[in-house]
Design a protein around this ligand. Structure first.
Ligand SMILES: NC(=O)c1ccc[n+]([C@@H]2O[C@H](COP(=O)([O-])OP(=O)(O)OC[C@H]3O[C@@H](n4cnc5c(N)ncnc54)[C@H](OP(=O)(O)O)[C@@H]3O)[C@@H](O)[C@H]2O)c1
Length: 404
Protein backbone atom coordinates (compact mmCIF):
# COMPACT_ATOMS: atom_id res chain seq x y z
CA UNK A 1 0.00 0.00 0.00
CA UNK A 2 1.21 3.49 -0.80
CA UNK A 3 0.33 5.20 2.46
CA UNK A 4 2.62 5.44 5.41
CA UNK A 5 1.44 5.01 8.97
CA UNK A 6 3.75 5.99 11.72
CA UNK A 7 3.54 5.21 15.39
CA UNK A 8 4.50 7.54 16.89
CA UNK A 9 5.24 10.21 14.27
CA UNK A 10 8.82 11.32 15.03
CA UNK A 11 8.45 14.93 13.91
CA UNK A 12 5.01 15.19 15.49
CA UNK A 13 6.50 13.98 18.71
CA UNK A 14 9.12 16.72 18.53
CA UNK A 15 7.02 19.60 17.21
CA UNK A 16 3.87 19.07 19.22
CA UNK A 17 5.19 17.96 22.56
CA UNK A 18 4.12 21.11 24.43
CA UNK A 19 0.71 20.98 22.72
CA UNK A 20 0.18 17.32 23.66
CA UNK A 21 1.40 17.93 27.18
CA UNK A 22 -1.18 20.67 27.49
CA UNK A 23 -3.89 18.26 26.26
CA UNK A 24 -2.69 15.61 28.66
CA UNK A 25 -2.98 17.95 31.60
CA UNK A 26 -6.54 18.77 30.62
CA UNK A 27 -7.57 15.13 30.13
CA UNK A 28 -9.70 13.87 33.03
CA UNK A 29 -8.68 10.21 32.69
CA UNK A 30 -5.55 8.45 31.48
CA UNK A 31 -7.72 6.55 28.93
CA UNK A 32 -8.90 9.72 27.21
CA UNK A 33 -8.14 9.95 23.53
CA UNK A 34 -5.97 12.89 22.51
CA UNK A 35 -7.36 15.11 19.82
CA UNK A 36 -5.40 14.66 16.63
CA UNK A 37 -2.66 17.23 16.20
CA UNK A 38 -1.53 18.45 12.78
CA UNK A 39 -3.96 16.02 11.14
CA UNK A 40 -2.55 12.91 12.79
CA UNK A 41 -5.30 10.48 13.80
CA UNK A 42 -5.00 8.18 16.77
CA UNK A 43 -6.44 4.78 15.84
CA UNK A 44 -7.11 1.35 17.32
CA UNK A 45 -7.55 -1.90 15.43
CA UNK A 46 -8.28 -5.55 16.20
CA UNK A 47 -5.32 -7.26 14.58
CA UNK A 48 -3.69 -10.67 14.27
CA UNK A 49 -0.19 -11.73 13.29
CA UNK A 50 -0.91 -15.45 12.84
CA UNK A 51 -3.99 -17.47 11.94
CA UNK A 52 -5.83 -19.14 14.82
CA UNK A 53 -8.96 -19.02 16.95
CA UNK A 54 -10.00 -15.35 17.36
CA UNK A 55 -9.70 -15.23 21.20
CA UNK A 56 -6.16 -16.64 20.92
CA UNK A 57 -4.77 -14.41 18.18
CA UNK A 58 -6.64 -11.08 18.25
CA UNK A 59 -4.95 -8.04 19.81
CA UNK A 60 -6.11 -4.43 20.14
CA UNK A 61 -3.34 -2.37 18.55
CA UNK A 62 -3.00 1.44 18.85
CA UNK A 63 -1.25 3.47 16.19
CA UNK A 64 -1.44 6.83 14.46
CA UNK A 65 -2.29 7.74 10.88
CA UNK A 66 -0.48 10.55 9.07
CA UNK A 67 -2.48 13.37 7.46
CA UNK A 68 -3.77 12.25 4.03
CA UNK A 69 -2.23 13.67 0.87
CA UNK A 70 -2.51 12.89 -2.84
CA UNK A 71 -4.88 10.00 -3.38
CA UNK A 72 -5.30 9.11 0.30
CA UNK A 73 -8.21 9.65 2.63
CA UNK A 74 -8.59 9.06 6.35
CA UNK A 75 -11.67 7.09 7.37
CA UNK A 76 -13.43 6.89 10.70
CA UNK A 77 -15.45 3.69 10.96
CA UNK A 78 -19.10 3.91 11.98
CA UNK A 79 -20.27 0.28 11.95
CA UNK A 80 -18.63 -3.07 11.09
CA UNK A 81 -20.37 -6.44 11.44
CA UNK A 82 -18.91 -9.73 12.62
CA UNK A 83 -19.69 -12.14 9.80
CA UNK A 84 -18.92 -15.89 9.75
CA UNK A 85 -16.42 -15.21 6.93
CA UNK A 86 -14.47 -12.83 9.21
CA UNK A 87 -14.02 -15.63 11.73
CA UNK A 88 -12.98 -18.07 8.98
CA UNK A 89 -10.48 -15.50 7.70
CA UNK A 90 -8.85 -15.18 11.15
CA UNK A 91 -8.77 -18.99 11.37
CA UNK A 92 -6.95 -19.02 8.02
CA UNK A 93 -9.57 -21.12 6.25
CA UNK A 94 -11.13 -18.40 4.09
CA UNK A 95 -9.94 -18.08 0.48
CA UNK A 96 -9.66 -14.30 0.66
CA UNK A 97 -6.54 -13.53 2.73
CA UNK A 98 -5.97 -10.22 4.52
CA UNK A 99 -2.85 -8.12 3.98
CA UNK A 100 -0.17 -8.70 6.62
CA UNK A 101 1.94 -5.55 6.96
CA UNK A 102 4.17 -3.64 9.40
CA UNK A 103 2.70 -0.32 8.21
CA UNK A 104 0.66 0.04 11.40
CA UNK A 105 3.89 0.29 13.35
CA UNK A 106 3.96 -3.31 14.59
CA UNK A 107 7.17 -5.31 14.89
CA UNK A 108 5.64 -8.34 13.15
CA UNK A 109 3.55 -8.31 10.00
CA UNK A 110 -0.02 -7.81 11.15
CA UNK A 111 -3.48 -7.90 9.54
CA UNK A 112 -6.59 -6.03 10.60
CA UNK A 113 -9.65 -8.28 11.02
CA UNK A 114 -13.08 -7.69 9.46
CA UNK A 115 -14.21 -7.34 5.88
CA UNK A 116 -17.42 -5.31 5.84
CA UNK A 117 -18.34 -1.92 7.24
CA UNK A 118 -19.19 1.71 6.66
CA UNK A 119 -16.88 4.63 7.36
CA UNK A 120 -16.99 8.40 7.20
CA UNK A 121 -14.30 10.37 5.38
CA UNK A 122 -12.74 12.73 7.91
CA UNK A 123 -9.81 14.04 5.84
CA UNK A 124 -8.74 13.66 2.23
CA UNK A 125 -5.97 14.51 -0.22
CA UNK A 126 -6.34 16.75 -3.28
CA UNK A 127 -6.62 13.90 -5.79
CA UNK A 128 -9.39 12.30 -3.76
CA UNK A 129 -11.32 15.60 -3.76
CA UNK A 130 -10.91 15.79 -7.53
CA UNK A 131 -12.61 12.39 -7.79
CA UNK A 132 -15.75 13.81 -6.16
CA UNK A 133 -15.22 12.70 -2.56
CA UNK A 134 -15.65 15.13 0.30
CA UNK A 135 -15.38 15.27 4.06
CA UNK A 136 -18.40 13.68 5.73
CA UNK A 137 -19.09 11.24 2.87
CA UNK A 138 -19.90 7.66 3.80
CA UNK A 139 -18.07 4.83 2.06
CA UNK A 140 -18.35 1.05 2.14
CA UNK A 141 -15.58 -1.39 1.25
CA UNK A 142 -15.19 -2.37 -2.39
CA UNK A 143 -14.02 -5.89 -1.60
CA UNK A 144 -12.91 -8.19 1.20
CA UNK A 145 -9.58 -7.97 3.04
CA UNK A 146 -9.59 -4.25 3.91
CA UNK A 147 -9.75 -4.74 7.69
CA UNK A 148 -12.84 -3.07 9.11
CA UNK A 149 -12.63 -3.88 12.82
CA UNK A 150 -10.83 -0.64 13.54
CA UNK A 151 -11.63 2.89 14.54
CA UNK A 152 -9.79 4.61 11.68
CA UNK A 153 -7.97 3.70 8.48
CA UNK A 154 -6.16 5.22 5.56
CA UNK A 155 -7.62 4.30 2.16
CA UNK A 156 -7.45 5.10 -1.53
CA UNK A 157 -10.58 5.75 -3.65
CA UNK A 158 -10.03 2.38 -5.37
CA UNK A 159 -10.65 0.56 -2.08
CA UNK A 160 -14.06 2.06 -1.35
CA UNK A 161 -17.50 2.71 -2.83
CA UNK A 162 -19.14 6.06 -2.14
CA UNK A 163 -22.67 5.97 -0.74
CA UNK A 164 -24.13 8.94 -2.52
CA UNK A 165 -26.29 11.38 -0.54
CA UNK A 166 -29.53 9.99 -2.00
CA UNK A 167 -28.57 6.40 -1.15
CA UNK A 168 -27.59 7.26 2.37
CA UNK A 169 -30.66 9.31 3.24
CA UNK A 170 -32.63 7.83 6.17
CA UNK A 171 -30.19 4.92 6.50
CA UNK A 172 -28.47 4.12 9.79
CA UNK A 173 -24.77 3.30 10.06
CA UNK A 174 -25.60 -0.31 10.93
CA UNK A 175 -27.83 -0.62 7.86
CA UNK A 176 -25.17 0.88 5.58
CA UNK A 177 -22.42 -1.16 7.21
CA UNK A 178 -24.19 -4.47 6.65
CA UNK A 179 -25.74 -4.00 3.21
CA UNK A 180 -22.97 -5.15 0.95
CA UNK A 181 -22.50 -8.81 1.93
CA UNK A 182 -25.62 -10.60 3.17
CA UNK A 183 -28.44 -8.73 1.40
CA UNK A 184 -26.45 -8.66 -1.85
CA UNK A 185 -25.78 -12.41 -1.56
CA UNK A 186 -29.49 -13.09 -1.20
CA UNK A 187 -30.35 -10.62 -3.98
CA UNK A 188 -28.00 -12.27 -6.43
CA UNK A 189 -28.81 -15.89 -5.57
CA UNK A 190 -32.54 -15.30 -5.99
CA UNK A 191 -32.05 -13.83 -9.45
CA UNK A 192 -28.95 -15.35 -11.04
CA UNK A 193 -29.51 -19.09 -11.25
CA UNK A 194 -33.06 -19.38 -12.47
CA UNK A 195 -35.87 -17.02 -13.30
CA UNK A 196 -38.51 -17.72 -10.68
CA UNK A 197 -42.01 -16.73 -11.75
CA UNK A 198 -44.39 -15.08 -9.34
CA UNK A 199 -45.94 -17.69 -7.07
CA UNK A 200 -43.09 -20.17 -7.51
CA UNK A 201 -41.18 -21.40 -4.48
CA UNK A 202 -37.67 -21.46 -3.16
CA UNK A 203 -36.44 -23.37 -0.14
CA UNK A 204 -33.53 -22.38 2.08
CA UNK A 205 -31.72 -23.45 5.22
CA UNK A 206 -30.02 -21.11 7.69
CA UNK A 207 -33.23 -19.14 7.23
CA UNK A 208 -32.70 -17.03 10.35
CA UNK A 209 -29.21 -15.92 9.23
CA UNK A 210 -28.58 -12.48 7.77
CA UNK A 211 -28.64 -13.93 4.26
CA UNK A 212 -31.73 -16.02 5.03
CA UNK A 213 -33.72 -13.09 6.37
CA UNK A 214 -32.73 -10.99 3.38
CA UNK A 215 -33.83 -13.77 0.99
CA UNK A 216 -37.22 -14.05 2.72
CA UNK A 217 -37.87 -10.33 2.37
CA UNK A 218 -36.55 -9.84 -1.15
CA UNK A 219 -38.34 -12.99 -2.31
CA UNK A 220 -41.61 -11.71 -0.85
CA UNK A 221 -41.22 -8.36 -2.64
CA UNK A 222 -40.63 -10.14 -5.91
CA UNK A 223 -43.62 -12.45 -5.51
CA UNK A 224 -41.80 -15.68 -4.66
CA UNK A 225 -42.92 -18.04 -1.92
CA UNK A 226 -40.44 -19.50 0.54
CA UNK A 227 -39.97 -22.63 2.65
CA UNK A 228 -37.53 -21.76 5.42
CA UNK A 229 -35.55 -24.28 7.40
CA UNK A 230 -34.12 -23.39 10.82
CA UNK A 231 -32.19 -25.57 13.23
CA UNK A 232 -34.33 -27.45 15.74
CA UNK A 233 -34.36 -25.82 19.22
CA UNK A 234 -34.67 -27.99 22.34
CA UNK A 235 -36.75 -25.17 23.77
CA UNK A 236 -40.03 -25.50 21.85
CA UNK A 237 -41.15 -21.99 22.80
CA UNK A 238 -37.90 -20.55 21.41
CA UNK A 239 -38.41 -22.46 18.15
CA UNK A 240 -41.99 -21.21 17.81
CA UNK A 241 -40.87 -17.64 18.55
CA UNK A 242 -38.25 -17.82 15.81
CA UNK A 243 -40.74 -19.30 13.33
CA UNK A 244 -43.14 -16.45 14.04
CA UNK A 245 -40.35 -13.89 13.67
CA UNK A 246 -39.55 -15.18 10.18
CA UNK A 247 -43.23 -15.34 9.21
CA UNK A 248 -43.58 -11.73 10.33
CA UNK A 249 -40.98 -10.66 7.76
CA UNK A 250 -42.62 -12.61 4.95
CA UNK A 251 -41.77 -16.33 5.24
CA UNK A 252 -44.60 -18.52 3.90
CA UNK A 253 -43.51 -21.72 5.63
CA UNK A 254 -40.97 -22.19 8.42
CA UNK A 255 -39.91 -25.69 9.55
CA UNK A 256 -37.06 -27.10 11.58
CA UNK A 257 -34.33 -29.29 10.07
CA UNK A 258 -35.83 -32.17 12.08
CA UNK A 259 -39.21 -31.66 10.40
CA UNK A 260 -37.54 -31.48 7.00
CA UNK A 261 -35.93 -34.86 7.57
CA UNK A 262 -39.04 -36.53 8.99
CA UNK A 263 -41.27 -38.92 7.06
CA UNK A 264 -44.14 -37.33 5.19
CA UNK A 265 -42.25 -34.17 4.25
CA UNK A 266 -43.02 -34.74 0.56
CA UNK A 267 -46.75 -34.81 1.33
CA UNK A 268 -46.46 -31.62 3.35
CA UNK A 269 -44.51 -29.97 0.52
CA UNK A 270 -47.28 -31.00 -1.89
CA UNK A 271 -49.85 -29.37 0.39
CA UNK A 272 -47.91 -26.11 0.55
CA UNK A 273 -47.34 -26.00 -3.21
CA UNK A 274 -50.85 -26.74 -4.40
CA UNK A 275 -50.12 -30.37 -5.18
CA UNK A 276 -46.80 -29.47 -6.78
CA UNK A 277 -48.45 -27.15 -9.31
CA UNK A 278 -46.40 -24.28 -7.87
CA UNK A 279 -42.95 -25.88 -8.19
CA UNK A 280 -40.04 -25.43 -5.79
CA UNK A 281 -37.40 -24.44 -8.32
CA UNK A 282 -34.54 -23.09 -6.22
CA UNK A 283 -32.72 -24.14 -3.04
CA UNK A 284 -30.25 -21.96 -1.10
CA UNK A 285 -27.89 -23.89 1.15
CA UNK A 286 -25.45 -22.52 3.74
CA UNK A 287 -25.50 -25.55 6.06
CA UNK A 288 -24.69 -28.84 4.18
CA UNK A 289 -24.93 -32.29 5.79
CA UNK A 290 -28.09 -34.41 5.78
CA UNK A 291 -30.43 -31.45 6.15
CA UNK A 292 -29.15 -30.02 2.89
CA UNK A 293 -29.62 -33.30 1.04
CA UNK A 294 -33.18 -33.45 2.40
CA UNK A 295 -33.79 -30.00 0.98
CA UNK A 296 -32.66 -31.11 -2.49
CA UNK A 297 -35.18 -33.99 -2.36
CA UNK A 298 -38.21 -31.68 -2.36
CA UNK A 299 -37.07 -29.76 -5.43
CA UNK A 300 -38.90 -30.10 -8.74
CA UNK A 301 -37.00 -31.70 -11.64
CA UNK A 302 -34.43 -29.48 -13.35
CA UNK A 303 -34.31 -27.10 -10.41
CA UNK A 304 -31.26 -25.24 -9.12
CA UNK A 305 -29.47 -25.86 -5.83
CA UNK A 306 -27.04 -23.13 -4.76
CA UNK A 307 -24.49 -23.66 -1.99
CA UNK A 308 -22.99 -20.53 -0.46
CA UNK A 309 -21.88 -21.55 3.05
CA UNK A 310 -20.93 -24.52 5.21
CA UNK A 311 -22.13 -23.71 8.70
CA UNK A 312 -22.37 -27.36 9.85
CA UNK A 313 -18.81 -28.01 8.62
CA UNK A 314 -20.22 -31.18 7.01
CA UNK A 315 -19.75 -32.11 3.36
CA UNK A 316 -22.60 -31.86 0.90
CA UNK A 317 -23.65 -35.34 -0.22
CA UNK A 318 -25.66 -35.65 -3.39
CA UNK A 319 -27.36 -38.94 -4.35
CA UNK A 320 -26.59 -39.76 -8.00
CA UNK A 321 -30.32 -40.07 -8.73
CA UNK A 322 -30.72 -36.33 -8.22
CA UNK A 323 -28.32 -35.73 -11.06
CA UNK A 324 -29.41 -38.59 -13.33
CA UNK A 325 -33.18 -38.67 -13.00
CA UNK A 326 -34.11 -35.25 -11.60
CA UNK A 327 -31.37 -33.32 -13.37
CA UNK A 328 -30.93 -30.92 -10.44
CA UNK A 329 -28.29 -28.29 -11.24
CA UNK A 330 -25.83 -27.75 -8.39
CA UNK A 331 -24.01 -24.40 -8.15
CA UNK A 332 -21.80 -22.46 -5.77
CA UNK A 333 -21.93 -18.73 -5.13
CA UNK A 334 -19.39 -16.32 -3.63
CA UNK A 335 -20.44 -12.68 -3.38
CA UNK A 336 -16.81 -11.41 -3.31
CA UNK A 337 -16.05 -12.91 -6.71
CA UNK A 338 -19.33 -11.71 -8.19
CA UNK A 339 -18.82 -8.16 -6.81
CA UNK A 340 -15.27 -7.96 -8.16
CA UNK A 341 -16.44 -9.04 -11.61
CA UNK A 342 -19.68 -7.02 -11.63
CA UNK A 343 -19.17 -3.81 -9.62
CA UNK A 344 -22.02 -2.00 -11.38
CA UNK A 345 -24.52 -4.80 -10.72
CA UNK A 346 -23.40 -4.84 -7.11
CA UNK A 347 -24.08 -1.11 -6.83
CA UNK A 348 -27.60 -1.66 -8.18
CA UNK A 349 -28.21 -4.38 -5.57
CA UNK A 350 -26.95 -2.10 -2.76
CA UNK A 351 -29.08 0.77 -4.02
CA UNK A 352 -32.22 -1.39 -4.28
CA UNK A 353 -31.80 -2.83 -0.79
CA UNK A 354 -31.20 0.60 0.74
CA UNK A 355 -34.24 1.94 -1.09
CA UNK A 356 -36.41 -0.85 0.34
CA UNK A 357 -34.88 -0.25 3.78
CA UNK A 358 -35.68 3.47 3.57
CA UNK A 359 -39.29 2.67 2.69
CA UNK A 360 -39.55 0.29 5.65
CA UNK A 361 -39.91 -2.71 3.31
CA UNK A 362 -36.66 -4.38 4.30
CA UNK A 363 -36.11 -4.99 8.01
CA UNK A 364 -32.73 -5.31 9.70
CA UNK A 365 -31.45 -8.63 10.95
CA UNK A 366 -31.58 -8.57 14.78
CA UNK A 367 -28.23 -7.17 15.87
CA UNK A 368 -26.19 -7.37 19.03
CA UNK A 369 -24.74 -3.86 18.88
CA UNK A 370 -21.26 -3.83 20.40
CA UNK A 371 -20.31 -0.30 21.42
CA UNK A 372 -16.70 0.49 20.56
CA UNK A 373 -15.62 3.71 22.27
CA UNK A 374 -12.03 4.96 22.48
CA UNK A 375 -11.85 3.58 26.04
CA UNK A 376 -13.36 0.15 25.23
CA UNK A 377 -10.99 -2.52 26.44
CA UNK A 378 -9.37 -5.21 24.34
CA UNK A 379 -10.87 -8.02 26.41
CA UNK A 380 -14.42 -6.67 25.99
CA UNK A 381 -14.11 -6.55 22.21
CA UNK A 382 -12.50 -9.98 21.94
CA UNK A 383 -15.11 -11.51 24.28
CA UNK A 384 -17.81 -10.23 21.91
CA UNK A 385 -16.05 -11.77 18.92
CA UNK A 386 -15.82 -15.05 20.85
CA UNK A 387 -19.58 -14.93 21.54
CA UNK A 388 -20.28 -15.01 17.82
CA UNK A 389 -18.62 -18.42 17.58
CA UNK A 390 -21.61 -19.84 19.47
CA UNK A 391 -24.75 -20.89 17.57
CA UNK A 392 -28.41 -20.21 18.42
CA UNK A 393 -27.76 -16.50 18.85
CA UNK A 394 -30.47 -13.88 19.21
CA UNK A 395 -28.61 -11.24 17.23
CA UNK A 396 -25.68 -10.83 14.90
CA UNK A 397 -22.65 -9.01 16.34
CA UNK A 398 -21.91 -5.58 14.89
CA UNK A 399 -19.35 -3.07 16.15
CA UNK A 400 -20.96 0.33 16.50
CA UNK A 401 -18.29 2.99 16.90
CA UNK A 402 -19.01 5.80 19.31
CA UNK A 403 -16.51 8.46 20.39
CA UNK A 404 -13.35 7.14 18.81
N1 LIG B 1 -20.87 -17.28 -0.37
C1 LIG B 1 -21.07 -16.01 -0.08
O1 LIG B 1 -20.84 -15.11 -0.87
C2 LIG B 1 -21.62 -15.67 1.28
C3 LIG B 1 -22.00 -14.35 1.59
C4 LIG B 1 -22.55 -14.08 2.84
C5 LIG B 1 -22.68 -15.10 3.77
N2 LIG B 1 -22.24 -16.36 3.43
C6 LIG B 1 -22.39 -17.50 4.35
O2 LIG B 1 -23.76 -17.55 4.70
C7 LIG B 1 -23.89 -18.15 5.97
C8 LIG B 1 -24.75 -17.23 6.83
O3 LIG B 1 -24.04 -16.02 7.02
P1 LIG B 1 -24.71 -14.82 7.84
O4 LIG B 1 -23.74 -13.74 8.01
O5 LIG B 1 -26.00 -14.53 7.18
O6 LIG B 1 -24.95 -15.59 9.20
P2 LIG B 1 -25.44 -15.07 10.60
O7 LIG B 1 -26.45 -14.01 10.43
O8 LIG B 1 -24.24 -14.79 11.43
O9 LIG B 1 -26.17 -16.37 11.15
C9 LIG B 1 -25.51 -17.58 11.32
C10 LIG B 1 -26.42 -18.71 10.85
O10 LIG B 1 -25.72 -19.95 10.86
C11 LIG B 1 -26.48 -20.90 11.58
N3 LIG B 1 -25.58 -21.85 12.21
C12 LIG B 1 -24.61 -21.57 13.11
N4 LIG B 1 -23.94 -22.70 13.43
C13 LIG B 1 -24.52 -23.70 12.71
C14 LIG B 1 -24.29 -25.11 12.62
N5 LIG B 1 -23.34 -25.70 13.31
N6 LIG B 1 -25.09 -25.83 11.79
C15 LIG B 1 -26.06 -25.23 11.08
N7 LIG B 1 -26.32 -23.91 11.11
C16 LIG B 1 -25.55 -23.15 11.94
C17 LIG B 1 -27.26 -20.10 12.58
O11 LIG B 1 -28.36 -20.83 13.01
P3 LIG B 1 -28.73 -20.96 14.57
O12 LIG B 1 -29.49 -19.72 14.91
O13 LIG B 1 -29.54 -22.18 14.62
O14 LIG B 1 -27.43 -21.07 15.33
C18 LIG B 1 -27.64 -18.89 11.72
O15 LIG B 1 -28.72 -19.22 10.91
C19 LIG B 1 -22.47 -18.35 6.48
O16 LIG B 1 -22.09 -19.67 6.18
C20 LIG B 1 -21.66 -17.39 5.66
O17 LIG B 1 -20.31 -17.77 5.54
C21 LIG B 1 -21.73 -16.65 2.22
Amino acid sequence: MAFKLVSPAPHLARASRPFLQCLRRAAPTAQRRYISAYGYEQAKALTFTAYGEPPDVLKLHSHSISPPHGNLMTLRFLASPINPADINQIQGVYPSKPTFTTELGTKDRTAVAGNEGVAEIIALGEQVKQQGFKKGDWVIMKGPGFGTWRTHASATPEQVVLLEEGMREGITAVQAGTVSVNPCTAYRMLTAFTELKEGEWFIQNGANSGVGRAAIQLGKRWGYKSINVIRHREDQAAEEKLKKELKDIGADVVISDAELQSQGIQDRANEWTNGGREPIRLALNCVNGKAATAMAKVLASESHFVTYGAMSKQPLTIPASMLIFKDIHFHGFWVSKWSAQNPEEKKVAVKDVLELTRKGQFKDTPFDQIKWEWETKEEELIAKVKDTLEGYREGKGVFLFGKT
